[in-house]
Design a protein around this ligand. Structure first.
Ligand SMILES: Cc1cc2nc3c(=O)[nH]c(=O)nc-3n(C[C@H](O)[C@H](O)[C@H](O)COP(=O)(O)OP(=O)(O)OC[C@H]3O[C@@H](n4cnc5c(N)ncnc54)[C@H](O)[C@@H]3O)c2cc1C
Length: 409
């Protein structure tokens, strides 16, 4: 087998998670020479259909309609087996410490569904399957970015070195390498990170009652708990849970045996779906929202978690990442149509202008919500309950919120 030594490309995408793979797939029809690389080995072609809760990927995403449309455009959505995408038409949100409830229904938005819950490994696998058909795209697993030479003024290419020793050159480097982005660090882009002191515990569970295509979220004073409906394993009684809690509580929940954890989860969800009948293995992720001071540097653009990490309480992380991908691909197409270089300063500046403000607003909103719901003072609780009840009763405001969450506003 010959050793891969690198080469010259128009675009090098570092990171083949959802954001990086979607960006490469969206750009593939342009004919540009694209390299998509990832430190992890390339995953198996298509994952198995989960037959038990232990076979479900613990990382799932609630994709809004705008993200689904983007994955369609990227040629991935059509490849998902129907049962892998779990549609939900309703959302119910309520809290531990109050009376107000708020509900959202797809019908009110004029959309068939509010979103789809999909295992992350399936999203990536279908994007990579699409890329396998593109002769102009090279996908390399097991390649870690080690060094990046900052581009001198006036230079038209950036050089990168991989840990394997391969050297690569690109007109544009796209950093899609996640929260601990090496591209961001190597470009000396600062990122404000906030340690919430919380962790998000994830697991897959079977519930006594069917989820009825409804996503549920209960704000506990210790943090939000989400139950996302899954179509697989079959039966309509499986959910993926995301339970955000302070370090100590997260540790305690991780250490419980399955029966004790199921009992705690049943209480925490106020038995909205009856008892919890079975629980998969559990994992916890640290919750450290982060925002890059800039999304661009000479010859470089950041997308997805490399640019922003948001609290998962509204399931917006990858939806924002895919919105970055759409806008960056759009700006690059416009640049080409106007005969501009891919990494033209004005082109990258426009990308940043179109995305950073929106993302900052969403990050701020999530932080305010998280703190508001953690506040136990009676006055705050009363105001919160009145506010939620008012929003629920005010259909224009509620509709505006729903459109925003759906990526339509
Ligand atoms: C518990 C939890 C639940 C969530 N639920 C939702 C949800 O319901 N909906 C939603 O929209 N979002 C959700 N999110 C957020 C979502 O998971 C992330 O926003 C999303 O996965 C980020 O995708 P990404 O492609 O930007 O980065 P990543 O998925 O982190 O991918 C980065 C890739 O880059 C590679 N890489 C890293 N460093 C290097 C290097 N030096 N060289 C080469 N490759 C490298 C990595 O191997 C990885 O494959 C959730 C997050 C958490 C923690």
């Amino acid at each position: 087998m010959s050793v891969w030594t690198g080469g010259a490309f128009d675009v090098v995408v570092v990171g083949a998670g959802i954001a990086g793979s979607a960006f490469a797939a969206l750009l593939a029809p342009s004919g540009l020479r694209i390299l998509l690389l990832d430190a992890a080995p390339r995953p198996p072609r298509l994952p198995p259909l989960a037959a038990t809760i232990d076979e479900v990927d613990l990382r799932v995403s609630a994709l809004n309609p705008a993200s689904v449309r983007l994955l369609e455009q990227a040629g991935a959505w059509q490849r998902l087996p129907r049962e892998v995408a779990s549609p939900y038409e309703h959302m119910r949100v309520w809290e531990e410490d109050g009376t107000a409830r708020i509900g959202f229904d797809a019908a009110a938005l004029g959309e068939p569904v509010l979103g789809h819950v999909v295992e992350n490994r399936w999203i990536v696998a279908t994007l990579l399957a699409r890329l396998d058909e593109a002769a102009n795209v090279v996908v390399r697993g097991g390649e870690t970015l080690a060094t990046l030479e900052q581009r001198a003024a006036g230079a038209s290419r950036t050089r990168l070195w991989l840990a394997s020793g391969a050297a690569v050159e690109a007109a544009l480097v796209v950093g899609a390498d996640g929260a601990r982005s090496a591209v961001r660090t190597l470009c000396a882009i600062e990122a404000a990170e906030r340690d919430t002191g919380q962790r998000a515990l994830v697991a897959t569970v079977t519930t006594e009652r069917a989820h009825a295509r409804t996503a549920r979220q209960r704000f506990l004073t210790s943090g939000p708990l989400a139950l996302l409906p899954l179509a697989l394993p079959a039966g309509g009684q499986c959910c993926s849970i995301v339970w955000s809690a302070d370090e100590a509580l997260a540790e305690e929940l991780l250490a419980l045996d399955d029966a004790a954890f199921a009992a705690r989860l049943g209480q925490a969800s106020e038995h909205a779906l009856g008892g919890i009948e079975a629980v998969s293995r559990r994992l916890a992720f640290p919750l450290r929202p982060l925002h890059a001071a800039s999304y661009v540097a000479p010859g470089v653009a950041l997308v997805g978690d490399a640019a922003h990490v948001i609290h998962p309480l509204a399931g917006q992380g990858i939806n924002l990442g895919l919105a970055d991908v759409r806008v960056l691909a759009d700006e690059l197409q416009r640049a080409r149509a106007r005969g501009l270089a891919l990494a033209d300063e004005g082109v990258l500046a426009r990308y940043q202008r179109r995305r950073r403000g929106d993302n900052a607003l969403m990050l701020e909103t999530m932080d305010v919500l998280r703190r508001l719901y953690a506040d136990r003072r009676p006055g705050v609780r009363l105001a919160r309950n009145l506010g939620v009840a008012a929003v629920d009763a005010l259909s224009p405001l509620k509709r505006a919120l729903m459109r925003r969450a759906a990526g339509l506003g």
